[in-house]
Design a protein around this ligand. Structure first.
Ligand code: PLP
Length: 410
């Protein structure tokens, strides 16, 4: 049977059911049948408290409740309201603003930023480079606009960042194409929890310097979706000034998201923020990205733009939010460490983990492993080369129990 009836495939393979949503629905059905305590739902990509309820920062919720209709009903300008554009740069860079020309364009979440970078900094048919372990929607976003994803090996056998594989693939693709988009998701990478160290960053900068010698256009996207759940906000931003040392034909673009950091997942708010070597390159960035926004979602929702602007306009409120988030981050970090410790104790191999929402276990037969675990009411996400556990959605006690349960089937 043909894959499509009336629809056009345009080179895309569109499955009948989104894999993660499918598993998540089965987990929900199991909870309805057997009760919450009998089921482990490790599929969810949002931070839940120990009772399984979505964590929403109270101080953010308070701002929301005091909005006026104009704050949410009115259209925002295509690139975002001015106070938001200013605030989001502060939110992304903190005390570590790179030297260079910086412009911000509002987008619907980090997802919108990724889409706009790919559409403006690669040619149709190009390959976009990221690590072999990556967030699956990168493939969807690229395929939607006629590009595809190619990968380098993220880790060496010793569990270090594999700079040689990164070098090899970067040089190979820049030789074959007129431009190259590279996506690095750090810190607290989805799905492994890895964070590039400052030394890893020096290596990345060195490779990009080498690749840039061909004189072609390179866009480095730093997907920081989980940055404020990695650890100390300041420490995890120390790499940012390094972006300023890239040559003129390499533009860095931070894909920033309010989903996790401000628990505003559903408001669809984020920004793409460039660090460019010249004013002309930064102006071009703003012009082309706003054009793409107009032709895809038009303007982004105003509501979270106003919320962020209020937060950054009130130092006391910002401080309160940072403190509130720190408590939940501590809870999340403890869960991750509990899983890591227990995995080491029972001899379950996990990928190099630092922090964040997810831990991944490499294995040869992820679908089979996850099916067997489902039979025990344990729901995880099978990936191409392993299974992903969302420690963000499970209490610490369950994170401690899980490694032994998974180990049985690996
Ligand atoms: N990047 C990664 C690695 C993610 O996991 C996510 C969300 O899960 C995003 C980007 C984008 O999220 P949003 O579009 O909600 O900002």
């Amino acid at each position: 049977m043909a894959e499509y009836i009336l629809a056009r495939g345009n080179g895309r393979h569109i499955p009948q059911e989104d894999k993660i949503f499918g598993i998540s629905n089965r987990a929900k059905a199991a909870i309805a049948k057997y009760g919450k305590d009998a089921v482990v739902n490790g599929t969810i990509g949002s931070l839940l408290d120990d009772d399984g309820e979505l964590v929403v920062l109270k101080s953010v919720d308070e701002v929301f409740k005091h909005l006026s209709p104009k704050d949410y009903a009115e259209y925002a300008p295509i690139g975002g309201i001015k106070p938001f554009r200013d605030s989001v740069k502060k939110a992304a860079f903190g005390n570590h603003v790179p030297d260079g020309y910086i412009e911000a364009v509002a987008t619907p979440g980090g997802t919108g930023s990724l889409r706009n970078v790919i559409s403006n900094y690669s040619d149709g048919g190009d390959k976009v480079l990221t690590s072999d372990w990556h967030w699956a929607p990168y493939n969807t976003i690229a395929a939607e606009i006629g590009r595809s994803i190619d990968t380098f090996c993220f880790f060496t056998e010793e569990g270090k960042f594999n700079v040689e594989s990164f070098r090899e693939k970067t040089l190979e693709l820049i030789a074959a194409q007129e431009s190259l988009v590279i996506i690095l998701n750090t810190p607290a990478h989805n799905p492994t929890g890895y964070s590039l160290s400052l030394e890893d960053w020096d290596d990345v900068i060195e490779v990009l310097g080498e690749a840039a010698k061909a004189g072609k256009a390179i866009a480095l996207v730093v997907d920081v979706a989980y940055i404020d759940f990695a650890g100390d906000e300041d420490e995890y931003r120390c790499f940012m000034p390094k972006l300023a040392s890239l040559p003129e034909n390499v533009i860095s673009i931070v894909a920033y998201s309010l989903s996790k950091t401000f628990t505003l997942y559903g408001t669809r708010c984020g920004a793409m923020i460039c660090v460019a070597k010249t004013q002309e390159i930064a102006d071009e960035f703003k012009r082309v990205c706003e054009f793409s926004s107009r032709g895809s979602w038009s303007n982004s929702a105003k509501v979270a733009q106003v919320i962020l602007s209020r937060i950054y306009g009130d130092p006391h409120l910002l401080d309160e939010i940072n403190k509130e988030r720190a408590v939940f981050r501590e809870m999340l970090l403890k869960r991750g460490k509990a899983f890591e410790e227990e995995a080491a104790r029972v001899g379950l191999e996990i990928l190099p983990f630092d922090a964040g929402f997810f831990v991944s276990i490499p294995c040869d037969n992820p679908d089979e492993v996850s099916k067997k675990l489902e039979a025990e009411n344990v729901f995880l996400v099978p990936l191409v080369k392993g299974v992903r556990v969302s420690v963000a959605s499970l209490p610490e006690s369950v994170c401690r129990k899980l490694p032994a349960m998974i180990k049985k089937y690996i």
